[in-house]
Design a protein around this ligand. Structure first.
Ligand SMILES: [Cu+2]
Length: 305
C-alpha cells in the first residue's frame, strides 16, 4: 500500500502517525455517538437522566478525550523542533517572487554554494533548513518530507528534515504570494550521502569552460545580451541577484521553478519568452534576439552542468 508508505522522512513519519491517531480517535468518538443516538431512538419510553448525561458526556468526556489528544499531539510533535543529534547539514532557502534560492554550507571550505529551485538532501543525514524571504511571505511545503514552514521577510525560520531514502519529491509554495504563486514549485532530490557529497563538490566548482569555439561565442552572447545583469554564472559573471544562479543550470530537472522539464529546447523556448510560460515572471522576454542567438544561449546553458 503505497499511500501508507508515503512519509519519506523521519519528521513526515511522525506527522503521519499523529494524524492517524487523531483520525482514529475521532472515528471512535463518532461511532460511540452514533451508537448512543441509535439507542436513544429505540428506547423511546424510558426517562433519560439529563443532568448526568450533560455533565458526563457533554463536559467531562470531551474534556478528558480532547485534553489527552492535545497532550499527545503537543508532546509527540515537540521532537520536530528539537535539533538533531550530531552536526546537521546546513542549507539556506530564500523565497523570491517566484523561485527558490538555495545555499548549501560546505563544511570543508566554510563557503556557501548557491543553487536554485532544486533542493538536494543526503538520505539518513539530519538537515537543518534556514528559511528566509527576499520579498513577501512564502511557505515551504514538501508533503512527503514534512509539515509547512513559512518564509517570512526579516526572520529565519528553522525546519529539520531527515530524509529516509533516495527519491525525488515535489514541493510547492504554500502561501499565496502573487500571480505566479502556482508556478513556484521546487523539486527535492534525495541521494545517498556519497552521491550528495559528489553532487555538492560538482556544484561548488565554477562554470565549466567552453570546450569549443561555438560555445565560446555562446558565452559571449550570454554576456552581451544582459543576462549577467540578473544571473550569476560563477567564473563568468558574478554579483547579480535578481534571478536564479545559472552556474549549473544544465544539471537541474526543471526550469522556472517546476514550470518546464529542463532540456536544450525548453531552455531556448524559456529564454525567448518566459512570459509565455509564466506571465508576470521577473525575467523579460528576449523575442527580439534572432534564432541563432537563442540557440547559442540554449547550447551554452545546457552545457553548464
Ligand atoms: Cu510563494
Amino acid at each position: 500500500m503505497d499511500w501508507l508508505n508515503a512519509p519519506a522522512s523521519q519528521q513526515a513519519g511522525l506527522l503521519a502517525e499523529v494524524g492517524w491517531v487523531l483520525v482514529a480517535g475521532a472515528a471512535l468518538i463518532f461511532l460511540l455517538t452514533m451508537g448512543l443516538l441509535a439507542l436513544a431512538l429505540r428506547r423511546r419510553k424510558r426517562e433519560i437522566p439529563t443532568a448526568w448525561w450533560t455533565v458526563g458526556a457533554g463536559i467531562a468526556f470531551p474534556s478528558v478525550v480532547l485534553g489527552a489528544l492535545l497532550a499527545y499531539a503537543v508532546l509527540r510533535t515537540a521532537a520536530l523542533e528539537r535539533p538533531p543529534i550530531g552536526a546537521p547539514v546546513v542549507i539556506g532557502l530564500t523565497g523570491h517572487l517566484w523561485w527558490w534560492e538555495i545555499r548549501y554550507h560546505d563544511p570543508a571550505s566554510g563557503r556557501w554554494i548557491i543553487g536554485a529551485n532544486e533542493l538536494h538532501l543526503p538520505a539518513g543525514r539530519p538537515v537543518q533548513l534556514g528559511l528566509q524571504s527576499a520579498d513577501v511571505i512564502h511557505s515551504f511545503w514538501v508533503p512527503t518530507l514534512g509539515g509547512k514552514m513559512d518564509l517570512v521577510p526579516g526572520r529565519t525560520n528553522r525546519l529539520f528534515i531527515t530524509a529516509l531514502a533516495p527519491g525525488v519529491h515535489r514541493g510547492v509554495c504554500a502561501e499565496y504570494c502573487g500571480t505566479q504563486h502556482a508556478r513556484m514549485a521546487l523539486h527535492v532530490v534525495v541521494e545517498t550521502p556519497e552521491q550528495f557529497d559528489r553532487w555538492l563538490a560538482a556544484q561548488s566548482a565554477a562554470a565549466p569552460a567552453p570546450t569549443n569555439a561555438t560555445l565560446e561565442r555562446s558565452r559571449r552572447a550570454f554576456l552581451d545580451h544582459g543576462c549577467a545583469g540578473c544571473h550569476v554564472v560563477r567564473g563568468v559573471a558574478e554579483g547579480a541577484s535578481l534571478g536564479p544562479d545559472l552556474t549549473h543550470v544544465g544539471s537541474r530537472l526543471y526550469l522556472g521553478a517546476g514550470t518546464l522539464p529542463n532540456d536544450r529546447d525548453a531552455l531556448a523556448r524559456w529564454i525567448a519568452n518566459p512570459q509565455d510560460f509564466k506571465p508576470g515572471a521577473r525575467m523579460p522576454s528576449f523575442q527580439h534576439l534572432d534564432r541563432e542567438t537563442l540557440d547559442a544561449l540554449a547550447d551554452y546553458l545546457s552545457h553548464l552542468r
